[in-house]
Design a protein around this ligand. Structure first.
Ligand SMILES: Nc1nc2c(c(=O)[nH]1)N[C@H]1C(S)=C(S)[C@@H](COP(=O)(O)OP(=O)(O)OC[C@H]3O[C@@H](n4cnc5c(=O)[nH]c(N)nc54)[C@H](O)[C@@H]3O)O[C@H]1N2
Ligand SMILES: Nc1nc2c(c(=O)[nH]1)N[C@H]1C(S)=C(S)[C@@H](COP(=O)(O)OP(=O)(O)OC[C@H]3O[C@@H](n4cnc5c(=O)[nH]c(N)nc54)[C@H](O)[C@@H]3O)O[C@H]1N2
Ligand code: SF4
Ligand SMILES: [Mo]
Length: 746
């Protein structure tokens, strides 16, 4: 491994890097001091947390009244993720604590029928004994590698530790192959590094922000929205490419209502224009990149006129927007997006995005992408993990070779025995992910579950996935527990503490406790040699010059990481972690694995007659399926609607607020009807709905039967051959006004 840039600067270029502590750090450090003085005078009791309603992990203070009841959650002013303000979901996070439908005790399945939530209550001892017994049996009969963990959100570290100690490293999260994976692989192939969970986009300083199906404003990643609003205030040009008139589009100078599934054509024609007009950063390209000549030759036929025929975006608009990007460069961001698993050629689409940024010199530049910095906290000492003899990859020899994380869909597929696979999973531990709604192709997910010998689900709510478990472990909410220290890459290095604001309700327990207890029951005591998590946190914090006591007082601490720089310095030498040490416009690592080193446009199937492309996304007040039953957030929005263009509504004689069922190309009909919203904001060839609704689960009193589930209608998956991401936007739906006899897959 080559040194990271930060190490690189420390080692080789101190002269260049010695511009002393960034003023940002100094300002933030002052804020820490003042904000805590202020709050010390407050009468209310407050404890520190970071939000778990989504994965932006905003740090916050939780306020409790004299009776010890949680009242409200407020953004932490020193936190670069939130800058003291939470989004509506973060504020509504208290609803997770108050939700009376929560899981209350451990549960053990009583019938063989999966998916029906038929359980009896059990004690913790009994539930954990049963899990330990089954996992030991599977290790003996099939090897520990046949157990996989699916996890999303905090707590993942505790369960991963348990699984590795047990002897398996099959640990997957849906945030990879159902979300960010393709862009990370594209970035590694181009710049030699990942973007990471908090994208280092310098939006607040940008002069031009290009959003490609990235609907910031409905996608409520807090700091990002605040920065976008600052950028708009300072007259930055916003260019939004989206078949739907999104909230972001409504704030944009240019809205490009692209024909869905054709973005690569637009991106290639932008590259064509930038290169052929000479609108790129010649010095930067010369100094830091390789492959320019190959790229130039490659894009010659990709003219705006060519792209017009594919994308429906006028050539003049393509040229004008390319010029806007160049005028702003290097303070320009072609945003990499986040949920980018759309059409199966997603890694190549993101490669085009990476190339555009490289041509405009925005990587490592003010108003483009900054180099984020993170504190590293050592892990609590433990014996070496046993070495697993096989991993999920053995099920896919020669496939998805550039995937740099485990594929949740891969583990799911490899659970269904097949002659061509020698790795079939026998047990799943599922923590904090509602796989039934999260993985596309529900039929496949259920088939995999049917093949399991044993499944444990750790959740806070009785969600669809818990219905399939053999044992359900009720976790207390993030407001009632300690968790690992939050470290994240940002402009300033910070750490944040989550501590319980109230004791766990009912008989729920924190994840760290469950993993530790189970570890002991499985005979893995040597991996859990501490009394409780406070001991672990104290040890870790001491290692970085802090303490639990200090963190309880501060909540967020800005770390002194010495000298570092957010942007490339004038004339700075920089080596990138790629084969050539340069930014690779021509991706040699792709070529090495037999993939196109330069992105190409590939056409995708069109909707059949009478069908419309199923497009989905986020609503500001909800997160996936996890908030659909939240009392505070359902007050703001309690069902989704299907957006239909007026032209289409006319053909089908649909009226506003009418309920319809949706049927997809494979004859799957939504379990519930969904309200029609007629609007010019969606193209005539598509419909749109918010993901996370349409629960068929009477344990969820507010969410049950409300709206339709996009997950149910996504039966066709377009797999990305490069990294195995599950393209989900190749599904088409039509309308039904009659109630189907047996609709739905839920
Ligand atoms: N159809 C469709 N599928 C998608 C997407 C889509 O838009 N449409 N989006 C994709 C993307 S981008 C992502 S990142 C993934 C997200 O996938 P998931 O993270 O699986 O999404 P959620 O549906 O929110 O499921 C989270 C689960 O965690 C539980 N939970 C909440 N808090 C806690 C806690 O503190 N502890 C524990 N143990 N459990 C908790 C919730 O009750 C819920 O069951 O989905 C992907 N899949
Ligand atoms: N409120 C809220 N915010 C969230 C989340 C949440 O659950 N709730 N989840 C977070 C997570 S984990 C993620 S990954 C992000 C996801 O958020 P983003 O990465 O911003 O977006 P997506 O969900 O992929 O994309 C939705 C947008 O893509 C457009 N679109 C559909 N098809 C096409 C196409 O072919 N081309 C183009 N150019 N656009 C198209 C849709 O019209 C829609 O506006 O949101 C994050 N923020
Ligand atoms: S963006 Fe909103 S939901 Fe996500 S962590 Fe921050 S406050 Fe919570
Ligand atoms: Mo995501």
């Amino acid at each position: 491994m080559k040194p990271s840039r930060r190490e690189f600067i420390k080692i080789s270029a101190l002269g260049v890097g010695a511009a002393s502590l960034s003023s940002v750090v100094v300002k933030a450090a002052e804020k820490t001091f003042f904000s805590n003085e202020e709050d010390n005078n407050s009468k209310e009791k407050r404890t520190s947390t970071y939000c778990e309603v989504c994965f932006w992990k905003c740090a916050a203070w939780v306020h409790t009244n004299e009776q010890g009841e949680i009242q409200k959650v407020i953004g932490h002013p020193d936190d670069p993720h939130s800058n003291g303000r939470l989004c509506p979901r973060g504020t509504g996070g208290v609803g997770m604590y108050h939700d009376e439908d929560r899981l209350k005790t451990p549960l053990i399945r009583v019938t063989d029928e999966k998916g029906k939530q038929t359980f009896r209550e059990a004690t913790w001892d009994e539930a954990l004994d049963l899990i330990a017994k089954n996992l030991k049996k599977i290790a003996k009969e099939h090897g520990p590698e046949c157990v996989a963990l699916f996890t999303h959100g905090s707590g993942g570290k505790f369960w991963s530790h348990l699984l590795k100690a047990y002897g398996s490293n099959n640990i997957s999260a849906p945030s990879y192959a159902q979300c960010r994976g393709p862009r990370e692989v594209a970035w590694i192939g181009t710049f030699g590094e990942e973007l990471g969970a908090i994208e280092p986009t310098d939006i607040r300083n940008t002069k031009c922000l290009v959003l490609i199906g990235s609907h910031i404003g409905e996608n409520m990643h807090n700091g990002q929205i605040q920065e976008m609003s600052d950028a708009i205030d300072s007259d930055a040009t916003i260019i939004t490419v989206d078949p739907r008139f999104s909230t972001a589009a409504s704030h944009s100078k240019y809205w490009l209502p692209i024909k869905p599934a054709t973005d690569i054509a637009l991106l290639l024609s932008w590259i064509h224009v930038l290169i052929n007009e000479g609108w790129y950063d010649k010095e930067y390209v010369e100094k830091y990149t390789m492959g320019f000549e190959q790229l130039k030759a490659h894009v010659q036929t990709y003219t705006p006129e060519w792209a017009y025929g594919i994308t429906t975006i006028e050539p003049e608009v393509i040229r004008r927007t390319a010029r806007e990007m160049f005028n702003a460069s290097p303070a320009v961001i072609i945003h990499p997006g986040r949920h980018v698993t759309w059409y199966g050629d997603d890694t190549q689409r993101l490669r085009s995005v990476a190339i555009l940024n490289a041509l405009l010199g925005s990587w490592g530049r003010r108003g483009g992408f900054y180099f984020g910095i993170e504190t590293s906290i050592p892990g609590f000492p433990h014996p070496e993990y046993p070495k697993p003899t096989k991993t999920w990859r053995d099920a896919f020899p020669g496939q998805y070779t550039l995937a740099d994380s485990a594929l949740a869909n891969g583990v799911c597929d490899a659970t269904i025995p097949s002659a061509s696979r020698d790795c079939s999973f026998k047990a799943w531990i599922v923590n904090g992910t509602n796989l039934i709604f999260t993985l596309p192709n529900i039929i496949n997910t259920k088939k995999a579950i049917d093949n399991l010998e044993f499944m444990v689900v750790i959740d806070t709510m009785p969600m669809e996935i818990t219905g399939y478990a053999d044992v359900v472990l009720p976790e207390c909410t993030y407001l009632e527990r300690y968790d690992e220290i939050r470290v994240s890459k940002h402009r300033i290095p910070t750490i944040a503490l989550r501590e319980p604001a109230a004791p766990p309700k009912y008989d729920s327990k924190p994840g760290w406790w469950m993993a530790k207890e189970l570890g002991h029951k499985m005979g893995l005591d040597a991996f859990f040699e501490y009394k409780d998590i406070e001991e672990v946190l104290e040890w870790q914090l001491n290692k970085v010059g802090s303490s639990l006591q200090e963190m309880k007082r501060l909540g967020v601490k800005v770390m002194d990481e010495g000298e570092y720089l957010l942007y490339l310095q004038e004339g700075e030498e920089m080596e990138f972690n790629t084969n050539s040490g340069k930014i690779e416009l021509f991706a040699t690592s792709f070529l090495d694995e037999g993939f196109d080193p330069l992105p190409k446009y590939t056409p995708h199937p069109e909707p059949p007659e009478g069908f419309y492309r199923l497009n989905y996304g986020r609503a500001p007040m909800h997160t996936f399926s996890r908030t659909a039953n939240n009392p505070n957030l359902t007050d703001l929005m309690d069902e989704n609607a299907v957006w239909v263009n007026p032209k289409v509504a006319k053909i089908w004689s649909l009226s506003n607020n009418q309920y319809v069922w949706l049927e997809n190309q494979d004859g799957v009909v939504s379990s519930f009807p969904v309200k029609v919203r007629i609007t010019e904001r969606i193209r005539w060839d598509s419909v749109y709905m918010v993901h996370g609704f349409g629960h068929k689960n009477d344990k969820l009193s507010r969410a049950n039967g409300r709206g339709a589930s996009d997950s149910e209608l996504i039966t066709k998956v377009m797999l990305d051959p490069i990294m195995g991401g599950t393209g989900m936007r190749g599904n088409f739906v039509t309308f039904r006004t009659d109630k189907p006899e047996n609709g739905g897959l839920l």
